[in-house]
Design a binder for this molecule. Structure first.
Ligand SMILES: Cc1cc2nc3c(=O)[nH]c(=O)nc-3n(C[C@H](O)[C@H](O)[C@H](O)COP(=O)(O)OP(=O)(O)OC[C@H]3O[C@@H](n4cnc5c(N)ncnc54)[C@H](O)[C@@H]3O)c2cc1C
Length: 482
């Protein structure tokens, strides 16, 4: 297969790589995904779901129902011993979705295949070399692949990040956990247990006999792959027995190390998802952060390779996603500090619970943990600017619709709610939609906001311009984003 230099190669077919590939395809770019895994099958169930904003992002593309149909909606957001309730937030998805990552990846793969994306498996990337016009991607067996841009969505130990020489500063691990799926000979207690070592959990999987184990190790474990003997020893420390664990289908180790790439872009190489940031998994943020990266980068990169925008648009990817993610990494570190049962942690939890008895701090943290409060720095004074557009009901000349339905094609939308804007001269890609909206404009955490007369909504659902009844500033916003 030959690749024209206008193509993008995405390294990694995890949740981030798959969503990014879908976004690039929707944006009209030719994209190839490569992954070292020989098949799409994921060893172990891994992540357990994602939060409100991630569900909204998938809803913006018309595929959220596929995930909702297979998972269960649950309330798992918590900090200290307080549950962070998003049920009162103004969103159509005021909940967390519980669904194992192997199912999430399967559903994403189905969507990506419908969009005609090529995926090559069994391709291990070993390094890269970039020049002014493109990037050569070195692979373990075979000729290098050449592309105009490469995105490393190749996980926390990213070869792309290391090959591009991008620093990965942050906090070293203070605690390691083993996670496994194993058979047992003894009955296991179910549920989560906290002690002075950390947090532990046991639960029987869908097949009725395999047990998913998460156990904190007393000593910091090495970065090598753990063995059944390691798991057995860690279980005996905590439970006094190893429950006769045998025949593991998956054993892995994760830590509370928290790191973020110093740069998300080095010329023609970009990073997304775990390749750009790692953190303790306990607050369930990993998939959502990767999906948000992918939705932020996909349309921008498609516009750059399609010669719609200059490559400086790519710099807004880091400018927006780096600070937004840094806040979530801080939250994940703070949550993991509370996952222990000892006198100091109990005192910390008491202090947190005292603060979270008040609505404002509880809402602020719930907005952060659910991803619903993300606000990119788009200049201007209206509170909608840079934030997610709410999914309100609309009436258009073609009948009733809702805002997210207008975003299904991943194109910018100029929503005209009475400003009577002149659509002449708008770029072809911008969809001009005159509509009536009778709903109240209320944002999570922020509260009610002044109803806009018109809005320019980017393909990722973030508001790039708000009209006050005139078209003032619209041409600048169109030039900047579209
Ligand atoms: C125990 C545990 C529980 C978790 N729970 C949650 C949760 O509840 N919610 C949540 O949102 N997140 C959770 N996470 C985190 C989540 O699993 C990750 O954040 C998520 O998988 C990151 O997706 P990604 O696509 O960025 O990277 P990955 O899923 O790591 O995908 C990277 C892909 O790149 C491929 N690859 C790597 N190197 C190469 C190479 N050199 N060449 C070619 N291909 C390569 C890999 O094969 C892989 O397919 C959890 C993680 C763990 C370990």
């Amino acid at each position: 297969m030959t690749f024209e230099p206008s193509n993008v190669v995405v390294v990694g077919s995890g949740p981030t790589g798959l969503v990014l590939a879908a976004e690039l395809a929707l944006g009209g770019a030719e994209v190839l995904v490569v992954d070292r895994r020989p098949t799409a099958e994921l060893a172990g169930s891994r992540a357990g779901g994602f939060h409100s904003r991630t569900i909204e992002l998938l809803d913006q593309r018309g595929v959220a129902d596929r995930f909702l149909a297979e998972g269960t909606t649950v309330q798992v957001l918590s900090f200290g011993s307080t549950s962070l309730d998003v049920s009162g937030f103004p969103t159509r998805h005021p909940y967390t979705l519980g669904l194992w990552q192997n199912h999430i990846e399967r559903i994403l793969l189905g969507w990506v295949e419908e969009l005609g994306v090529s995926i090559r498996r069994g391709v291990e990337v070993t390094g890269l070399a970039q020049d002014e016009h493109g990037v050569d991607l070195h692979v373990a067996d075979g000729e290098p692949l050449r592309a105009a841009y490469i995105v490393g969505a190749d996980g926390g130990r990213s070869v792309i990040r290391r090959s591009a020489g991008i620093e990965f500063p942050g906090a070293d691990a203070t605690r390691t956990n083993l996670v496994a799926e194993v058979e047992v000979t003894e009955e296991t207690p179910t549920g989560v247990r906290y002690d002075e070592i950390g947090v532990h959990g046991l639960g029987v999987l869908e097949n009725g006999h395999t047990v998913r184990v998460v156990v904190t190790e007393r000593e910091l474990g090495p970065s090598t792959e753990p063995s059944l003997a390691d798991l057995s020893a860690a279980l005996r420390e905590v439970y006094g027995t190893d429950f006769g664990v045998h025949d593991p289908t998956w054993i892995s180790r994760f830590s509370d190390a928290t790191r973020q790439a110093a740069a998300y872009r080095d010329r023609r190489v970009l990073l997304a998802g775990d390749a750009a940031h790692v953190h303790p998994p306990s607050s369930g943020q990993g998939i959502g952060l990767g999906v948000q990266d992918a939705m932020n980068l996909g349309w921008k990169l498609a516009q750059v390779v399609g010669d719609v925008s200059s490559d400086t648009l790519l710099d807004t990817y880091q400018a927006e996603r780096h600070p937004a993610t840094a806040r979530v990494l801080g939250f994940a570190m703070a949550v993991s500090l509370t996952q222990r049962a000892d006198a100091r942690t109990a005192a910390l939890k008491d202090a947190i619970d005292m603060l979270l008895a008040f609505d404002a701090p509880r809402d602020a943290l719930a907005g952060l943990a659910s991803g619903l409060d993300v606000a990119y720095d788009v200049s201007g004074g209206h509170p909608l600017l840079g934030r997610r557009v709410p999914d309100l009901d609309l009436v258009t000349a073609d009948g009733p619709t809702r805002v997210f339905e207008l975003l299904h094609q991943a194109r910018p939308v100029l929503l005209d709610l009475g400003a009577a804007l002149d659509p002449h001269g708008l770029p072809d890609r911008v969809r001009h939609v005159p509509a009536r909206c009778d709903a109240d404009w209320v944002l999570p955490v922020v509260g009610p906001v002044r109803p806009p007369a018109a809005l320019l909504v980017r393909p990722d659902g973030h508001v790039a311009w708000v009209g006050d009844g005139t078209g003032g500033g619209l041409s600048e916003a169109l030039a900047r984003w579209c």
